[in-house]
Design a protein around this ligand. Structure first.
Ligand code: ZN
Length: 331
């Protein structure tokens, strides 16, 4: 009786040891160590991909054109978040409808709000969000660097063996962001001072305005949930006409209806204002395209704004990679 049992045990032990050695040799190539993480917005996903490189497999819940202020988790999102090693979100009340779910999930796994690592004294408040901060921090590249650093630290805590990869990934991406910010400074300053006014569909660009010295006017409030009142439209039409603003902008994740009302209102007063282009406000471009990266998203916005307002910017942007900047001419 003892002998067959002992040999069974021995076989099981050998199998375990073999299995263990197979695992550790795969781990040595680094390939099998890749772990799944989920990000809410495309911008958060991009920061994690830039820093995490081959060690992470990142799924973004919100694709192009998706509005994070109103987004609710789907069944497949819940499955992906449950399966992932960690979940990363923006925070600062951007994902207002996901907040309860994510706070609950954080009792069971690592859930990190990356933008909440930005020092509070660098954040803007907003009158419509009493006691809260304006969440649109990605619009200021220098502010976004805090998010990249927070991604590096969170990934290192999850996977200490990857520390060197994450450090190198973060350094490379931070250098690219510095180059982008320098390009944005110069390009946006080439617009004549009097018309450095950015008029867009919702208040996503306040950090952009602060960073680059632009006056920012949003048609809607900070959240896309509230509709602009008629009087707000009328006062903006007056501003457009008086300041002789030549271009206003539409956004990929917000309806164009109010922008159309402004153009018609200005035309009725004899002033022509055009759509200066479509800006990426709360979501990036299609995955796999340049505009589907953080650098490409901001390059697109900076280049489109500068060119539409009479500034000097190369048609294909900082890295000669932008797709056509032509505006949505038919509304
Ligand atoms: Zn927004």
């Amino acid at each position: 009786m003892a002998n067959p049992l002992r040999s069974l045990l021995a076989a099981a032990l050998t199998a375990l040891v073999l299995h263990g050695s197979v695992l550790s040799s795969a781990a040595a190539d680094g390939k099998e160590q890749r772990f799944d993480i989920v990000a809410t917005t495309g911008m958060i996903a991009d920061a994690l991909k830039q820093v995490g490189g081959d060690r992470v497999s990142v799924t973004a819940l919100m694709g192009p054109g998706v509005d994070p202020h109103t987004y609710r988790q789907t069944r497949s999102d819940i499955a992906a978040m449950t399966k992932a090693k960690a979940v990363f979100w923006h925070g600062l009340y951007l994902e207002a409808q996901l907040e309860d779910f994510l706070k609950d999930l954080s009792k069971r796994k690592t859930v990190v709000a990356l933008a909440e690592h930005i020092p509070k004294d660098q954040l803007l408040s907003h009158p419509e969000y009493k006691g809260r901060y304006d969440p649109h921090v990605w619009m200021d590249p220098r502010l976004w660097k805090s998010v990249v650093l927070a991604a590096r630290d969170a990934l290192t805590a999850l996977d200490p063996a990857g520390a060197e990869t994450f450090k190198a990934g973060a350094e490379r991406h931070l250098a690219d962001i510095d180059t982008l910010a320098t390009y944005a400074d110069a390009t946006l300053k080439s617009v004549p001072e009097g018309v450095r006014v950015l008029l867009t569909a919702h208040d996503a660009f306040n950090y952009f305005g602060r960073a680059f010295g632009y006056e920012v006017l949003g048609i809607q409030g900070i959240s896309t949930e509230s509709e602009a009142g008629l009087s707000r439209i009328e006062s903006l039409v007056r501003t457009i006409v008086e300041r002789k603003i030549g271009a206003i902008f539409v956004e990929t994740s917000v309806s164009d209806r109010n922008v159309k009302a402004l153009i018609e209102g200005a035309a009725a007063k004899g002033h022509t204002v055009i759509i200066g282009g479509e800006l990426y406000s709360d979501a990036m471009g299609a995955p796999g395209t340049y505009e589907g990266t953080y650098i490409g998203m901001i390059d697109h916005n900076v280049t489109a704004i500068a060119r539409a307002l009479g500034g000097d910017a190369p048609e294909k942007g900082l890295n000669d990679k932008l797709a056509s900047l032509q505006s949505r001419s038919k509304l």
